[in-house]
Ligand binder design. Sequence first.
Ligand code: S3P
Length: 172
Amino acid sequence: MKENIALIGFMGSGKTTIGRHLAKELEMKFIDTDKMISMHEKKTISEIFQEHGERYFRDLERKIIAEESRENNIVISTGGGAIVDNENIKNLKKTSFVVYLDSSLECIHERVKNGKNRPLLNEVIDLFATIKELHEKRDWLYRVSSDFFVKIDVNSNIHDTVNLIKEAYIKS
Ligand code: S3P
């Protein structure tokens, strides 16, 4: 069994909510890389993108994932684009049981449609089409990067999802 659990998946797939519950049940510490970046910079993710650009954000994300991957007994919730960088996948895999939250597009759309802190989805003309296109580009990366995946749709229950992950982790 690996020391940590890392949650990966598209924006709005529920990584933070599920991660918190999972950490509580397994008595592990919970960390959210976006939140850490935001706290470090004292800015929202949108402000960081706007003021410094995506590359600056990705550099911080890479640094935090590398640091946190050296920790023990934590559940790490990653940003939806973390898997685009191969170094992040390598670092996560070293110490974490990596779980892909494979959320349906409808579910993702529902969760992100009213938010304003996702720069890649802010001010797009057709939100569903943008989600679909980016999801098509990334889905295979989430799959090859993970040790386990769990499907999530509008009828999914958070406790069932947490239990599935918990059982898979304990068996791993
Ligand atoms: C991103 C996802 C976001 C955040 C940033 C970029 C992405 O995190 O890291 O806006 O590239 O998919 P969430 O997946 O927590 O929304």
